[in-house]
Design a protein around this ligand. Structure first.
Ligand code: AMP
Length: 146
């Protein structure tokens, strides 16, 4: 268990570690893959969250999933992009967290995931916590020790 006095110094508030939803690039589940492709190619992120019409965090999307959907036995079929929705091909979220979770839980999940989606008690998406943010905090903390 990570001692509380260390958690209080590294991440006193999980909200401070979070990038809020209004700054997170995302796609909606009802969007077509052609729209999603435009979004993904205009942001620098390889994987982005998928939200439902009522802003719930329900999936993940990356370019590989889109290319895979386009791939047919005889080559790529770009027409599929307009006929397929994000919901049909999105990846499962794996894990999500809330701002009430223990820091330790977030820490452990960030070993496996580049970022974690943060939701409220209704699964409504409120933001993400990235491994990069956590590592920056740890870096600052270690430097403070000297
Ligand atoms: P980073 O550590 O900043 O490279 O972020 C890790 C991952 O989190 C990125 O590859 C994206 O999948 C996701 N991510 C980070 N920031 C954003 C953002 N503002 N919008 C959407 N996804 C993001």
């Amino acid at each position: 268990m990570i001692p509380k006095h260390l958690v209080d110094r590294i991440a006193p508030s999980l909200e401070d570690l979070m990038i809020s939803s209004d700054k997170v690039a995302h796609v909606s589940d009802f969007h077509s893959l052609s729209h999603a492709m435009l979004v993904l190619s205009s942001v620098k992120y390889s994987m982005i969250p998928v939200l439902s019409a009522d802003s719930k965090y329900i999936g993940l999307l990356n370019m590989a999933v889109i290319v895979n959907a386009m791939t047919q036995l005889d080559g790529l079929d770009p027409e599929i992009l307009d006929k397929t929705t994000v919901r049909e091909v999105m990846l499962p979220i794996g894990v999500s967290v809330t701002l009430e979770d223990e820091f330790e839980k977030i820490f452990h999940h960030l070993v496996d995931y580049n970022f974690l989606g943060v939701v409220d008690h209704q699964q409504v998406f409120v933001g993400i916590i990235t491994r990069r943010h956590l590592l920056k905090r740890l870096n600052a903390f270690f430097h403070d020790q000297t």
